[in-house]
Ligand binder design. Structure first.
Ligand SMILES: [Zn+2]
Length: 453
């Protein structure tokens, strides 16, 4: 197996290890990356709460004709990073890619052969008809022929059922490769590297399911990932020993001890989860202000634990199965569909509120544009959308000044699409984007329209 991406991962990790031993405090805020609708169906949200990162079907603004028009533009770059977005329809293609497939006439004959003598005369006739077709066209789908036969004589139910079969998990790998390939360029870095690995694995003689491919990759990446995770744990312990006393220190060390236990690949008591680890440290409360500040600092260190959005090994670990030799409990692995959908999920075009939704909750701010009006909406990757979260444009631009050029690129693309006649009935939209971004950022963002040139 070609392990280029994995090798890169391991080399990068080794370089990381050589960096200074002192714990770095992450200044950036962490963001809650909203997982796929499969993991978090819309129905599980409280009534009235709109999880805007999710491309759910119920929201009106998702069905705005202008949004649908923008989504139908090919190669529209994300407004915050400038790379291509993947249409949400691809997400559903992956979901339905696992539907049944039509059996060929040859497969049909082979399935019936062992019991052909027990068929009645009508059944034997049908069998013979299909057998003759198989001699001429062995790969023809049996379903269409059975339909024709059914017009004249009754086809037994068990034969109708044999017209289709489930896609094998290995065939599903091939199909998701076909579906994702045209959009490969728009994948996020970790997902793109993994998609390459999947294609390499599938190019060999032995075909594998996505789950098996993930499990193979786990063997190649888990040691480095564990080193990174253990480094974070060690940093936390060092700080705890230096800065904390008594019960608070004990609580921290209990959490790190448990984490180290879970990280052992043969640990029988479960799997290390980044989210739980951070949550456990966050939960420690003390009335001592100085110690509470140390705990807050420890949370920031814990947030440096690699996550599946930014770290190939962490992605593989999350979507593979822990080799648990000592436990009777089978660790549960994400399904092939979930793995496939997760690959494209961060790259999908989602509806972005230019003036953050949060500001609309503040009744003291008067808005000239309604929250879900096209004049306040643009399209951004789900991941970029989550990353900005509820930051004001001024804060966001301050953190990521390079975003300005991507907004301009997006506006240029839209203006060009209008000029070419690919986007109709939205002649005002570039001006609306300009107004929203310039006003929303109090002038920090400047956009040039074709008419300004
Ligand atoms: Zn983006």
């Amino acid at each position: 197996m070609n392990i280029s991406a994995v090798q890169n991962y391991n080399i990068a990790a080794l370089q990381l290890k050589q960096q200074a031993q002192t714990p770095k405090v992450q200044q950036n805020k962490t963001f809650a990356y909203v997982t796929s609708p499969i993991e978090r169906p819309f129905a599980t949200y409280p009534a009235g709460y709109v999880p805007y990162q999710i491309n759910f079907e119920g929201g009106d603004y998702q069905k705005l004709p202008q949004i649908l028009k923008l989504k139908s533009l090919k190669n529209l770059p994300c407004i915050y990073c400038g790379t291509k977005m993947i249409p949400s329809s691809v997400y559903y293609d992956l979901q339905f890619a696992n539907n049944k497939v039509g059996r060929t006439v040859t497969e049909f004959i082979n399935a019936i052969k062992p019991s052909v003598l027990s068929l009645d005369d009508a059944g034997k006739n049908i069998y013979k008809t299909i057998e003759n077709i198989a001699k001429e066209k062995p790969d023809a789908k049996v379903g269409t022929y059975l339909d024709k036969i059914a017009e004249k004589t009754e086809v037994p139910n068990f034969m109708k059922k044999l017209a289709e079969r489930d896609l094998t998990t290995k065939e599903y790998t091939q199909r998701i490769i076909e579906i994702i390939s045209p959009y490969e360029e728009g994948l996020m870095p970790v997902e793109k590297a993994l998609f390459k690995e999947i294609k390499i694995a599938n190019a060999g003689e032995t075909k594998k399911s996505l789950q098996d491919i993930m499990n193979d990759l786990r063997g190649l990446t888990i040691d480095i990932l564990n080193k990174k995770q253990n480094k974070v744990i060690a940093d936390i312990e060092t700080t705890a020993h230096q800065e904390l006393r008594g019960a608070t220190k004990g609580k921290v060390l209990d959490i790190t001890r448990r984490a180290k236990e879970l990280l052992k690949d043969d640990a029988s008591s479960g799997q290390f989860k980044r989210k739980d680890f951070i949550k456990d440290i966050k939960r420690i409360k003390t009335s001592n202000t100085r110690e509470q500040n140390v705990i807050n600092n420890l949370v920031k260190i814990a947030e440096q634990t690699p996550n599946s959005e930014q770290d190939l090994g962490a992605f593989v670990a999350k979507y593979s199965c822990k080799l648990n030799k000592n436990s009777s409990l089978e660790a549960k692995q994400r399904s092939n569909e979930e793995i496939a959908q997760r690959l494209i999920n961060p790259s999908i075009a989602s509806v972005e509120h230019i003036r953050p939704q949060e500001t609309y909750k503040n009744i003291r701010i008067t808005h000239t544009v309604p929250k879900d009006n096209i004049a306040n909406l643009s399209l951004a990757h789900r991941s970029c959308n989550s990353e900005r979260d509820n930051l004001s444009l001024a804060q966001y631009i301050h953190q990521k000044p390079e975003v300005k050029s991507f907004i301009q690129k997006h506006v240029d693309f839209v203006s060009d699409a209008i000029k070419k006649g690919e986007l109709t009935g939205m002649d005002d939209y570039p001006q609306q984007l300009k107004t929203a971004y310039e006003e929303g950022s109090h002038g920090a963002i400047k956009i040039t329209l074709p008419s300004d040139k």
